[in-house]
Design a protein around this ligand. Structure first.
Ligand code: 13P
Length: 251
């Protein structure tokens, strides 16, 4: 059985005190769940990772929202995979559409980031997804396939087994417009088939593929009911503990 995952990408929200408080609230709610088989991940800003990690129990895993493409050295303002790992974080979000769009992160840069994460035992949560014009012109399958091929298909099968994929249609992020359940299943199945063609069916069956884009407690159930949707990467709705819990219990 592949891992179900709900990850909260806090983006550039929550200062230190607010972040610690939110993490404690979420930790308390998750700790009270009976028979929870969903991996819950929080991704605060770099500067707050250490304290958020200290504030939660082992029921919560921590991710960064980004990672440097280089290992160490004179890269002012960057944060290396080894620094992230040393805080106790286990995951790194890589290739979020906001990083691709606003910070010019290309497929080639993202591949370097993925390799840095893996070399430091951080599991990449690798994001893919098309913009509205690509969806409307029917190019979304090609776009997503190319992003996967260039971002992670250079990895060996053993390396790839540590990768979580997150499909986030850019037109659904922060817009209140969610992919329909059928749209999500259709492209998640396509993504799994793409992984199967490269690494084989067994690896593809074990790969967690998350949906992201205006996912909230009220639509999580319908999205997560799909056989190829293994959870969510959540933005806005991850900033309120009760709402986030409603997503975690949406399976
Ligand atoms: P929203 O849930 O706010 O649409 O953001 C999704 C996202 O980008 C998560 O990484």
């Amino acid at each position: 059985m592949r891992q179900k995952i709900v990850a909260g990408n806090w983006k550039m929200n929550k200062n230190l005190q607010e972040g610690v408080q939110l993490a404690q609230e979420i930790d308390k709610l998750v700790s009270e769940l009976k028979n929870n088989d969903v991996k819950v991940i929080l991704a605060p800003s770099f500067v707050n990772i250490t304290e958020v990690k200290k504030a939660v129990s082992s029921k919560i895993s921590i991710s960064s929202q980004n990672v440097a493409a280089e290992a160490s050295g004179a890269y002012t303002g960057e944060v290396s995979a080894s620094m992230i790992k040393s805080t106790g974080a286990e995951y790194a979000i890589i290739g979020h559409s906001e990083r691709r769009m606003y910070y010019g992160e290309t497929d080639a840069i993202l591949l370097k980031k993925v390799k840095q994460a893996l070399a430091n035992n951080l599991k990449p949560i690798f994001c893919i997804g098309e913009v509205l014009e690509e969806r409307e012109s029917g190019k979304h399958f090609d776009v997503v396939k190319k992003q996967i091929e260039q971002g992670v298909f250079e990895l060996s099968a053993d390396e790839f087994k540590n990768v979580v994929l997150a499909y986030e249609p850019v037109w659904a992020i922060g817009t209140g417009k969610t992919a329909s359940s059928d749209q999500a299943q259709e492209i998640h199945k396509f993504i799994r088939d793409t992984v199967a063609a490269k690494y084989g069916k067994a690896v593809a069956e074990e790969t967690s593929i998350l949906y992201g884009g205006s996912c909230k407690a009220s639509n999580a159930k319908e999205l997560f009911a799909n056989p190829d949707v293994d959870g969510g990467l959540i933005g806005g709705a991850a900033l309120v503990a009760g709402e986030f819990l409603g997503i975690i219990t949406g399976f």
